[in-house]
Design a protein around this ligand. Structure first.
Ligand code: SAM
Length: 356
């Protein structure tokens, strides 16, 4: 990618276009390939029209082999992919692709459920509505770039009830005090220590040192991972002290692997109808692409990934086989840039191939 450019659009077959990109030049790939057997994409080189699911999986793997090459070693691939019914049979395409990627060396870190909240119209009388798709996060090696703090949910504030502090998740300490008092598993000394630790934890919440916490008391709650001290440090602490305090992270909680994001339906349905929302790219880009790093989408369609990358202060490369889609992507990106960039030198657009 040219040093000065904030984004590039390349028109052509993803596999061939990727071969023109330098090795280890991209930090994160966020993409949604054409789904298998769902809609006919026009053009010879387009994917998704393969006769069998096996051919589709093979084609996907060949593309992602190239993505592997262009990604830096600590880079990430985020893959949004939908499933397909054939002869009433749900094929399991997303998992077939991911299992094949694992065979080729990718490490699967998360299988996110994108809960779209609203599905397409579904008149079938013998099955439920389909409202989710997967977003898989795969990496090349065990150590990879990941900024969790950039996406933590900010801690909520505690409240007061009858003059007493109550944590954001409703811990007042009353229940734990009762459990400590009623415990047959704790000695008198352990009970006193547990009460003191509980008081200190509530104080820390009050002064903003700790956002929230849970308490585990021997014989009352299970330690969260394993009750065996061999496997869990917490179980060991519980065995030795009779209790432990589990503080919530100071910077907030981790987002979960279920994302409730309403699908995009406003952008030019006439030219492109399989658009994902910019919000879907937010966690992938914030966590795995460093500031000013490069985000790639080899199936960029209407340009959503590029817009998301620019919004988050990253640079982007988009590829698509359709000149028509790329033209509307270009228009959309330029509109976004015009509304969001005061420095006109930032508006430079480098395109390769036949972008209308
Ligand atoms: C599911 S859409 C991507 C939508 C995109 N995420 C967005 O928000 O607009 C898949 C895209 O892949 C493109 N495509 C299909 N076969 C391709 C190929 N062999 N190389 C590059 N792009 C291809 C289609 O033109 C389509 O735009």
């Amino acid at each position: 990618m040219q040093d000065q450019s904030r984004y590039e659009l390349h028109c052509g077959n993803a596999h061939e276009m990727l071969q023109q990109l330098a090795s280890a030049s991209v930090h994160t790939c966020v993409t949604s390939p054409p789904y298998w057997n769902q809609r006919k994409y026009a053009g010879e080189s387009v994917l998704g029209n393969e006769a069998t699911a096996e051919q589709y999986v093979e084609n996907m793997c060949n593309i992602f082999d190239e993505v592997w090459r262009v990604l830096v070693p600590e880079g990430s691939l985020w893959l949004n992919i939908g499933d397909t019914y054939k002869n009433k049979n749900l094929i399991g395409i997303p998992w077939r692709v991911v299992f094949a990627l694992q065979e080729r060396g990718w490490i699967l870190r998360n299988a996110v459920i994108w809960d779209k909240q609203k599905g397409n119209p579904d008149n079938a009388k013998d099955k439920l509505r389909n409202v989710y798709e997967h977003v898989f996060h795969v990496v090349k090696q065990e150590q990879y770039c990941y900024n969790l703090d950039s996406v933590r949910n900010p801690p909520l504030k505690p409240s007061f009830r009858n003059g007493k502090i109550v944590t954001p998740t409703g811990v007042s300490g009353d229940k734990y005090r009762q459990q400590i008092a009623a415990s047959n598993d704790l000695s008198t000394e352990e009970k006193a220590n547990a009460l003191a630790a509980l008081k200190a934890a509530l104080h820390n919440v009050e002064i903003g040192e700790m956002p929230d916490f849970r308490m585990i008391i021997r014989g009352t709650q299970r330690s969260t991972h394993s009750d065996s001290p061999e496997f869990s440090g917490r179980a060991d602490e519980l065995r030795k002290k009779g209790f432990c305090i589990l503080p919530y992270h100071k910077n907030g909680t981790k987002p979960s692997d279920i994302w409730r994001v309403i699908p995009e339906d406003s952008w030019r349905k006439d030219t492109h109808f399989a658009v994902y929302p910019t919000e879907l790219c937010e966690i992938p880009i914030k966590t795995t692409c460093p500031p000013n790093g490069i985000v790639l989408d080899p199936f960029v369609g209407s340009g959503t990934t590029v817009i998301a990358a620019l919004e988050l202060g990253r640079r982007a490369i988009g590829i698509d086989a359709s000149a028509e889609y790329l033209a509307s992507a270009k228009e959309r990106i330029e509109m976004w840039l015009a509304g969001n960039t005061t420095d006109q030198s930032q508006l430079s657009l480098y395109t390769v191939g036949e972008v209308a």
